[in-house]
Ligand binder design. Structure first.
Ligand code: AMP
Ligand code: MG
Length: 438
């Protein structure tokens, strides 16, 4: 069989990223890989994607809450200062209702603690710092606006309103919010399977002793770590040699997962056979390269037997075992270890997030001052391993010394990437540069 390799489709970084985001949107809209929910302990839910809305079980706060230690007052009583009020009680956080004075009149006050319920009558709390108490007399030296230092009942959320939406990746704040409404377990989406296929005659397993010209497989492990972090379950396939038949068989195996990530074999070399193999398998390619460095030969497409998206909807609603599958998306990531890691972050991650049921989010870049001048050739958008450092708000960033995109030791020292636009040749020390965190 002689099928030509695919016609090259080389996109700018932005266009390639958009192509991925479009396919990720299709996954979400068409339920391409139906999501399965599972119930997990609240703590095990951190980092996972929420599969149920979380509602307020009561008004938050459930009572008008004092945000300060001080005295609850009628703000109108403080029109002339200093003002002296009569203290008729004390309310601490968690005070039982029957111990709270039923009515607090004009020119009266109660001592109140942070987190305690404000009784009927007062409309503000004066901080203790602006008061002095002698017996039952409290002298106040500072006025307050109506409502000051009180959060009204239900001001943060009304009972029954949605606090957290489906599709949210749960960080510590979301976990705290779920805890605050008594959710000890949460429904999260099950991890989807992401196949990892490394190619190359020179690659050996990490348990094997490499021959003098062989190297150990590190890409499968960096990818597995990135997949786990993005909410997927990595499925490591055996290393594929640079030989079409065996490569095709392993690609076929990988296409049974929800997504296939391959590394190596996508450059211009005589033994870079991944695109050839995929072409023979009737794959569709969205792109076969991006104008970036590292990672220029990155490939994105769809392959395998499958059902068009519009037919899938009906199928997944049937909920049967024989639910039709869509063609499987794949990435061919360049084999150089730094290229593999960068192209995963730039392109594969949004697809994993869509498969995980997560709502779309944009790439985020920070800015920092460049410590040392950078000179590069124009034409490619660069994502270069770098170290972000500095004290407090004075961040500065510099490239790590590296031997190119095969240098794993260099990227292990880096904590970010400096992003250089394709039209810049020289960036001077002291300039602001965009930084992508790892
Ligand atoms: P390739 O993209 O196949 O041309 O590979 C580019 C470079 O990355 C070569 O030096 C390979 O030896 C290296 N490489 C490919 N796959 C891996 C891997 N799984 N682990 C470590 N290095 C790799
Ligand atoms: Mg290779």
């Amino acid at each position: 069989m002689s099928v030509p390799p695919p016609k090259p489709i080389v996109l700018t970084f932005e266009d390639a990223r958009r192509a991925v985001e479009e396919q990720a949107a299709l996954i979400r809209a068409n339920n391409v890989r139906p999501l399965r929910a599972e119930s997990v302990d609240l703590l095990a839910a951190a980092g996972r994607v929420l599969a149920e809305p979380v509602l307020a079980d009561r008004d938050i706060p459930p009572f008008p809450r004092s945000t300060r230690d001080g005295y609850a007052v009628r703000s109108a009583d403080l029109s002339e200062l200093p003002a002296t009020l009569e203290m008729i009680g004390e309310i601490k956080a968690g005070e039982k209702l029957d111990r709270i004075p039923p009515a607090i009149g004009s020119r009266q006050t109660v001592a109140i603690m942070t987190g305690a319920p404000v009784p009927t009558g007062p409309d503000a709390v004066v901080m203790v710092e602006y008061t002095s108490q002698r017996g039952k007399q409290v002298e106040i030296t500072r006025a307050v606006a109506p409502g000051e230092n009180i959060v009204p009942r239900g001001a943060e959320a009304r009972a029954g309103t949605t606090l957290l939406d489906r599709g949210l990746r749960l960080n510590e704040a979301a976990i705290a919010l779920a805890a605050s409404v008594g959710k000890s377990r949460l429904q999260v989406y099950a991890r989807h399977r992401v196949a990892v296929l490394t190619t190359g005659d020179e690659i050996v397993d990490i348990d094997a002793t490499p021959g003098p010209t062989q190297i150990r497989n590190s890409n499968s492990y960096s990818l597995a770590a990135q997949i786990r972090r993005a909410g997927g379950e990595p499925v490591l396939l055996p290393v594929a040699p640079d030989e079409l038949q065996r490569l095709r068989r392993l690609i076929e195996e990988g296409l049974n997962s929800d997504l296939l990530l391959m590394t190596g074999g996508v450059s211009m070399g005589r033994y870079d056979l991944v695109e050839q193999a995929l072409s023979e398998m009737n794959a569709d390619f969205f792109f076969t390269g991006a104008k970036i460095q590292p990672g220029r030969p990155v490939v994105f497409g769809k392959c395998g037997a499958g059902t068009p998206f519009d037919k899938l909807r009906a199928g997944s609603a049937r909920d049967g075992v024989s639910t039709p599958r869509a063609r499987t998306y794949f990435f061919g990531l360049p084999g150089n270890p730094v290229s593999t890691m960068v192209t995963f972050e730039l392109f594969a991650r949004p697809m994993l997030e869509a498969l995980a049921g997560e709502s779309p989010r944009k790439l985020i870049f920070l800015h920092a001052r460049l410590k040392k001048e950078i000179r590069v050739k124009t034409g490619l958008k660069r994502f270069l391993p770098a170290i972000l450092s500095g004290e407090f708000e004075h961040s500065e960033v510099e490239l790590v010394a590296w031997q190119g995109s095969g240098d794993i030791a260099a990227i292990a020292r880096a904590n970010c990437y400096i992003v250089i636009p394709p039209d810049r040749e020289c960036i001077a020390a002291g300039e602001w540069v965009a930084v992508m965190m790892r």
